[in-house]
Design a protein around this ligand. Structure first.
Ligand code: OXD
Ligand code: MN
Length: 588
């Protein structure tokens, strides 16, 4: 009988009955071999594991076309299964854990016939960090194996770290039959176990990402006193030479990746990227909130990314150094053998295949790339990567941003009165849905801390935990709320967004450094217009007013929405949040 890892792998192999078992080492040669296997895999229904792209334009890059029914996170098929429904809370699908496992055992039984079972030992976080966690993922997909290699620290270091211990995070994944009726992503926080079948899509299948680093890790953090968040991490150096670190939460497909590597429009400022999706934040021994990004790659939304909107990302994608870069469900320009997606260039090129692999007819009005088409790329290719990226202790956060996609109601920027008020505002954050999750896009849903699909326990307890963490910080970060997405009556965005968002970041730095005062309003502090530098922008006084308008009709609807959302938590909702809601109602 071997150690706990070997034993667990043997059990899973007995269940899934693969033809072969392969232990991934994480070497460059091995990745080449796995990519070769993916290139040779049979193409079915437009599905293609890997196709090499033009190396002179996109070196070491591969196109992946998924099964057309497998293109986004499947929230209705995602379950969090602690022993009781109350522990999962009203925000999660729940099933009694033993019942869930019985169902899964039947689906997993024999699911790897004719396939190879890949065992992937990986670390979330730098192994030298006290905050890092060792994990093992099993998968029968080479696309997933190569993606894990880009997104996490894969290799034997993890096995050494686990040693004789039984403590490691377990993820069992199979693409199964890619049948949406037999697709489940199920989490067992008590056992630090994820079982996922029927999908190869990143958010459902790269179990180190949403499944472990958010859902399971948030539950671990609740028990251990830290926060696992859906956040970017970035540092901004100002002309004084000081670096201010921010963490920022936005729902999926609201521009986190662009913000994490924003071009700082003003001379004398520099932006350093640490993460674009996940932050683990601990209270350090000197009582600061310190953040690490447990990942090593970026799995970003392709449409809308271009030299104009995010030049740093385009440089990252063209770097193709040591790690491969993957493009998933983009179109392909056949004459140049390069990927294309909506927004990459102003003119739509000729001679394209769409993301189904069919010749693209420009008159069809259809998408070339799927709206949730993605790239998977190593942070090591990113020209703005912070030299603190690997710092085992993380970076001290001075400002936290929360944002959503709102056509109205929410002003461009606003600062909470204090930590608790910030938790109240973040707990009631709303955002219009996007293509990152299956379902209707464009409807407002409450998405507290941008964690609605990712919180691995009862959200009422999660809000209480946020307040508790704040009480342990003598000088907590300032909390800001932004909305880059306000629209006019004709449905046009009224704020230019992208790099001009840096103007708002600069105001935040000035607030953090105590350089500027602010106006107190019913919803928080807002900038004195003289302090928000909009020079060079062609933006009228009326538009500025609209960006900061607090419309009573819109806000009474907002309060109603918050009340409705809070109602589902019953008496479990922290009293402080009810008090803040009452205060908001009065002051409006
Ligand atoms: C993601 C998401 O892929 O949030 O990061 O959906
Ligand atoms: Mn995300």
């Amino acid at each position: 009988m071997g150690n706990a890892v070997e034993k667990w792998v043997e059990e899973q192999a007995r269940l899934t009955e693969p033809d072969k078992i392969y232990w991934v080492q994480g070497t460059e040669d091995e990745m080449r071999r796995l990519i070769e296997i993916g290139i040779k895999e049979e193409k079915t229904a437009g599905h293609q594991t890997f196709r090499e792209l033009n190396p002179s334009a996109f070196p070491n890059s591969y196109l992946h076309w998924s099964h057309p029914n497998d293109v986004a996170r499947a929230e209705q098929l995602t379950f969090v299964c602690p022993p009781t429904k109350e522990a999962a809370g009203p925000n999660n699908n729940w099933m009694e854990p033993e019942k869930a496992k019985q169902m899964l055992y039947e689906l997993f039984h024999g699911c790897m016939h004719g396939r190879t079972l890949y065992v992937i030992p990986y670390m979330m976080g730098n192994p030298a960090s006290p905050y890092a966690k060792p994990c093992i993922q099993i998968t029968d997909s080479v696309y997933v194996a190569v993606s894990m290699y880009i997104m996490t620290r894969v290799g034997n270091e993890t096995l050494k770290r686990i040693g004789g211990s039984e403590k490691f995070v377990k993820g069992l994944h199979s693409i199964g039959e890619l049948d949406p009726n037999k697709r489940f992503i199920m989490h067992f926080p008590q056992e630090e176990l994820v079982m996922s079948i029927g999908s190869g899509y990143g958010g459902n299948a790269l179990l180190g990402k949403k499944c472990f680093s958010l859902r399971i890790a948030s539950a671990q953090g609740y028990g251990e006193g830290w926060l696992a968040e859906h956040m970017i991490i970035m540092g901004v150096e100002d002309p004084d030479g000081d670096v201010t670190y921010f963490a920022g939460a936005f729902p999926s497909a609201c521009g986190k990746t662009n913000l994490a590597m924003i071009d700082p429009v003003f001379a004398g400022y520099k932006v350093f990227t640490l993460g674009d999706d996940i932050a683990w934040m601990n209270v350090s021994p000197d009582k600061r909130l310190c953040a690490i990004n447990p990942e090593t790659g970026m799995f970003g939304v392709a449409p809308g990314t271009s030299d104009k909107t995010n030049l740093n990302m385009m440089k990252t994608l063209r770097a193709g150094k040591f790690y491969p870069t993957l493009f998933t469900n983009t179109g392909l320009i056949t004459t140049s053998n390069t990927p294309w997606w909506e927004g990459l260039t102003e003119t739509v090129p000729e001679n394209m295949l769409d993301w189904h692999g069919n010749p693209y007819d420009p008159k069809s009005g259809k998408d070339v790339a799927h709206p949730n088409s993605r790239f998977t790329v190593s942070v090591s290719n990113c020209p703005t990567l912070s030299k603190e990226f690997d710092n085992p202790n993380g970076v001290p956060i001075s400002g936290i941003l929360f944002g959503g996609r709102r056509s109205d109601t929410v002003p461009l920027v606003c600062e909470s009165f204090d930590w608790e008020h910030g938790v109240f505002k973040a707990s009631s954050l709303g955002s219009e849905t996007t293509a990152a999750a299956a379902g209707q896009a464009g409807v407002v849903r409450r998405d507290p801390m941008a964690m609605l699909p990712f919180c691995g326990y009862n959200m009422a307890d999660y809000f209480g935990h946020w307040m508790e963490v704040g009480r342990r910080l003598p000088d907590p970060p300032k909390i800001f709320f932004v909305n880059w997405f306000k629209k006019d009556a004709a449905g046009k965005f009224i704020w230019p967004g992208f790099s001009d968002n840096f103007r708002v970041i600069k105001w935040m730095i000035d607030r953090i450094k105590g350089k500027v005062s602010a106006k107190e309003t019913a919803v928080g502090f807002m900038p004195n217009m003289a302090d928000l530098n909009v020079s060079g922008l062609n933006i009228s006084k009326e538009i500025m007013d609209k960006l900061f308008e607090l419309n009573p009709g819109e806000w009474s609807k907002e309060v109603e929405g918050i009340e409705q959302f809070y109602a589902q938590f019953g008496t479990r909702l922290p009293e402080a949040l009810k008090r803040h809601l009452e205060n908001l109602k009065k002051s409006l």
